[in-house]
Every structure is written in structure tokens, then in C-alpha cells.
Design a protein around this ligand. Structure first.
Ligand code: BES
Ligand code: MN
Ligand code: ZN
Length: 498
């Protein structure tokens, strides 16, 4: 895809389509006003007669508008002018792309970047436009037989800017949006693939493939024997019941010499049956998404590599399948983690923390500038925050604030949750150093506290994405979150934001 920015008028541009916006009460957006003038009132007439709607999310494609060079004009509703915001903006871009999908559109100019969107800069307007387009055009058809619908042959996507001085910023926004969209798309694919395809070995192959031919990126994969030698008894206890080999995937991206890396650790349970503490039947298929932490950090790595960011980032993915069998770990079994601490496995369904703790201990060798783990860790997190926000916990207030702010800027939002000794006390065990569950109250927090016992001395944050990583229901599928949030943290850290 080629991205461009332009200060030229919407009516003058030779594109297959220009996207313009209209507000309630017959108010025209900047692009629409220009089209209206050059077509001698065509748009305002259609608006007044009710043939085009100003409701957010509505779009109508007009062809052959007089006085306009572009073959199509996509007119999208933006709602009330005073209520215009970035959510409506993204919805409008998505509506236009949806309406165009299926047409033979190759070149689009989006003029919505000219609208005042509560203080959003040209950088973010262009970026969110490209991200929204990626989200809208995403399809997961790999597992369907039969002929697949051809994607729209789009090759060029442009954004209108008001002044020349904004060109570089908007261009960078589009470029970053492209990198994030690629990462999100990869994370969605990995989430959506079924567990009989997306195994730990499959994740390892994807990570290796990303590094192939990239001089800045290397991938190393540890097998079970190597993990055993490292003393990862906790991680290995989760894979005890399955024939599917576990993997520890380690990716290193070097974009900034000898700087300390940001380390991203992603839960990669490629299927979570619960193990001997078997889950109930309904919606168990959704536990194929229990590797979305892994998908999120690998997707973020893909975004970083695409953008060639000047930063050092490592990704560590403990990848396992959690199954019951005669060799599976049993409730009450005690295992020894790589840190030396012993754990009483009171519930084999609290397996995410058992693999993450060893991955966190392993990551110490990198002397992280910050370490962030990402996991579909607890049903309790979904109870607390629903499907809208990712839970953010940290042993460092500044790091938690940093991630929170990044989520807002990237429009991939989180919300802070506490940690603390009073919660950690719920993990006491009569027989081992700790239990792997903390009782009925505050389940997302006690899970965070469990991980906190393995991060002493590191600046660490934990993201529970149990509610945000995928959608259930008719539009079931991976969301690609929190790739935008994590990428934003890295963009900000390496000074790549305008
Ligand atoms: N992968 C699940 C958490 C989960 C459940 C995420 C549903 C999204 C939707 C995790 O491994 C798990 O089973 N957690 C248990 C922990 C409990 C046994 C302390 C849970 O949340 O029930
Ligand atoms: Mn589980
Ligand atoms: Zn799980």
C-alpha cells in the first residue's frame, strides 16, 4: 500500500474515491463543502431531501457527481458537529471502507482528516484512519473451503491535510498506522486459528518466520528438555497432561545498540481445558484464544519490525497446551519454579500464572528496562472490567501510568487495578511457598500478586486481557488487542512520536 498526503481540494483529486463527511443539521464537513461548491449544491440538496444521512456510521456512495474528478464520493455521517470525537471519526472511516469493499476501488483520498476531532492531531488522525481501515478489511478465511471473495484492489490511500507543515506528521501517522495494523492483523490471525493448528510448535514457527531475513530480529526456541535443565518445573507442570510439546519462544529485536530492552512476556496457552480441574462445556471452544497474550506480544514485535523502531525489545512466550490425562498435574501437586519458590497447584485451571512465572524468571537475564506480561489470565478480570478495558497492574506507579496513557492515546484502553500484600496473603499455602489460587475475592488482583512474587527488583507491569483479547457472540474473533497499546508504549519510549 502506498500512503500519501495532500493539500489539494477533494473535488480536484483524481482518485477512485474521496471520503467526505456530513454533520447533523445539514452542516457539511470540509471535504463535503468543497464537493458541494464544485457540484453546485449537489450534496446539500441530497442532504436536505434525506437521501444522505448524517447519522454516525452511515455511508452512501455517490458516482458521477458533477464537477468532481473522482469517480466515487463516499459520504459518511458524522452526527452532531459539537459531539464529533475520535470514536465517531474511526466509525466513519470504517463505514466508508465497508461501503467501498467489494468495489474495484484502487485509490482513496480520505478528507475526514480535515475535521476538528477534539484536538486530535494530523498524526493521530492519519494513523487511526489506517488502523480503522485495517480493522475493517480484516478477514479470517484461511479455514474456509470454496472460492473466497476477492479483496478490494486498493493500492493507494491518501489523507487530506490543511497545511503543508502537517504533511510529515500525517505521513508518519499513516506509516505507524500501517505497522500497527499489520501487528493487529497477525495477532487476530493467531487468535482465530483453531488449537489443532495453532499449537506451541506453530507459534514457534511463526516467530521464526518473522525473524527470517531480518537482520535486527532473532528468534530462539527452547524445547522441554532445555526448560527442564533451567528448572522450569512450574511451566512444565502445565504441559504434563498433553502430547503436544511445549515451547519457550524468545525473540530479540535490536534497534538501539546496547540499551536495556523492554521485555514483553505473553501467555501462550494454545488451548485451556482447565486440566484435571476441567472447565465446564459451554463456550469452551473460546479457550483457543488463551494464547492471545502471546499473539499480542508477537503482533507487537511484528509492528516494531515493520516500523524499524530504534529500540530494543525482547519477546518471551511460554507456549503450552493445558490438558487432562493420566500424566497431568493433579490438584494438590507441588511444583518447583525456576526461581526456586515452590507452588501448590490447588487448581490446574489457574495455569497461566504457572507458565508466566517461569518466563518472568527466565527474562531476568535480559536486565529489562521494563517488563510487561500480557495474559488472558482470569475470568475475574472480565467480571471487573467487562470487554472494554484491559486491566493494568504494576509494582511501579510511573510504569502503570505510562501504559494507561499509552492505551488512551492508542485508543486501546486500560484501567488500573491494585496489587498489595493484603491481596497477596490470599495465596498462602499450608504445604508450599504459595498456592496458585487466592480464593473467591479479587481474582484478577491475586493472580497479579502471584506474578509479583517473581518480579522482585524489576520494573514490571501485568496486563490482564481476558475481556479484551477477543469478541464472543455473532462476531466472535480475535481483537488484536493490546497491540496498539503496547506499540504506543514503545513508540513513546523511543521518541518516534511527533
Ligand atoms: N484462561 C483462563 C481465564 C479466562 C477465562 C479468560 C474465561 C477469559 C475467559 C484462566 O486460565 C483460568 O482458567 N483462570 C481461572 C482461575 C481460577 C481457577 C483461579 C478462572 O478465571 O476461572
Ligand atoms: Mn485456565
Ligand atoms: Zn488459561
Amino acid at each position: 500500500m502506498e500512503y500519501f498526503t495532500t493539500t489539494s481540494k477533494a473535488s480536484k483529486r483524481a482518485a477512485d474515491c474521496v471520503i467526505v463527511g456530513v454533520y447533523a443539521r445539514n452542516k457539511l464537513g470540509a471535504g463535503a463543502a468543497d464537493i458541494d461548491t464544485s457540484s453546485k449544491g449537489h450534496l446539500s440538496a441530497l442532504l436536505k431531501s434525506g437521501d444522505i444521512s448524517s447519522a454516525p456510521g452511515r455511508c452512501r456512495i455517490l458516482t458521477g457527481v458533477p464537477g468532481v474528478r473522482a469517480r466515487r464520493v463516499a459520504v459518511v455521517g458524522l452526527g452532531k458537529f459539537s459531539k464529533m470525537n475520535s470514536t465517531i471519526y474511526k466509525k466513519a472511516v470504517a463505514a466508508a471502507i465497508t461501503a467501498l469493499d467489494g468495489s474495484k476501488t484502487k485509490k482513496i483520498l480520505n478528507t475526514l482528516t480535515l475535521e476538528p476531532v477534539d484536538g486530535t492531531s494530523p498524526y493521530y488522525l492519519a494513523r487511526h484512519s489506517v488502523e480503522a481501515m485495517g480493522d475493517t478489511l480484516y478477514r479470517f478465511t484461511e479455514m474456509k473451503s470454496g472460492r473466497k471473495k476477492k479483496p478490494m484492489p486498493l493500492s493507494s490511500y491518501g489523507h487530506s491535510i490543511a497545511k503543508r507543515g502537517d504533511a510529515a506528521k500525517a505521513a508518519r501517522g499513516a506509516q505507524h498506522g500501517d505497522g500497527i495494523a499489520k501487528g493487529v492483523s497477525l495477532a487476530k490471525d493467531l487468535g482465530n486459528l483453531p488449537a489443532n493448528v495453532c499449537t506451541p510448535s506453530y507459534l514457534a514457527r511463526v516467530a521464526k518466520k518473522l525473524a527470517a531475513g531480518n537482520g535486527k530480529l532473532t528468534t530462539k526456541v527452547l524445547n522441554e528438555a532445555e526448560m527442564k535443565r533451567l528448572g522450569m518445573g512450574s511451566l512444565l507442570s502445565v504441559t504434563a497432561g498433553t502430547a503436544e510439546p511445549a515451547k519457550l519462544i524468545v525473540m530479540q529485536y535490536k534497534g538501539a545498540g546496547s540499551d536495556k530492552p523492554v521485555v514483553l512476556v505473553g501467555k501462550g496457552v494454545t488451548f485451556d481445558t482447565g486440566g484435571i480441574s476441567l472447565k465446564p462445556g459451554p463456550a469452551m471452544d473460546e479457550m483457543k484464544f488463551d494464547m492471545c497474550g502471546a499473539a499480542g506480544v508477537i503482533g507487537t514485535m511484528a509492528a516494531v519490525a515493520t516500523m524499524k523502531l530504534p529500540i530494543n525489545v525482547n519477546v518471551v512466550v511460554p507456549a503450552v497446551e493445558n490438558m487432562p490425562s493420566s500424566t497431568a498435574t493433579k490438584p494438590g501437586d507441588i511444583v518447583k519454579s525456576m526461581s526456586g519458590q515452590t507452588i501448590e497447584v490447588l487448581n490446574t485451571d489457574a495455569e497461566g500464572r504457572l507458565i508466566l512465572c517461569d518466563a518472568l524468571t527466565y527474562s531476568r537475564r535480559f536486565k529489562p528496562a521494563a517488563i510487561i506480561d500480557v495474559a488472558t489470565l482470569t475470568g475475574a478480570c472480565v467480571v471487573a472490567l467487562g470487554a472494554h478495558r484491559t486491566a493494568i497492574m504494576s509494582n511501579n506507579d510511573a510504569l502503570r501510568e505510562e501504559i494507561f496513557a499509552a492505551g488512551d492515546a492508542a485508543e486501546d484502553r486500560g484501567w488500573p487495578m491494585p496489587l498489595g500484600d493484603e491481596y497477596a496473603a490470599q495465596l498462602k499455602s499450608n504445604f508450599a511457598d504459595m498456592a496458585n489460587i487466592g480464593g473467591p475475592g479479587g481474582g484478577a488482583v491475586t493472580a497479579g500478586c502471584f506474578l509479583g512474587k517473581f518480579t522482585d527488583g524489576m520494573d514490571w507491569a501485568h496486563l490482564d486481557i481476558a475481556g479484551t483479547a477477543w469478541k464472543s457472540g455473532a462476531r466472535k474473533g480475535g481483537s488484536g488487542r493490546p497491540v496498539p497499546m503496547l506499540t504506543q508504549v514503545l513508540l513513546a519510549r523511543c521518541g518516534a512520536l511527533p
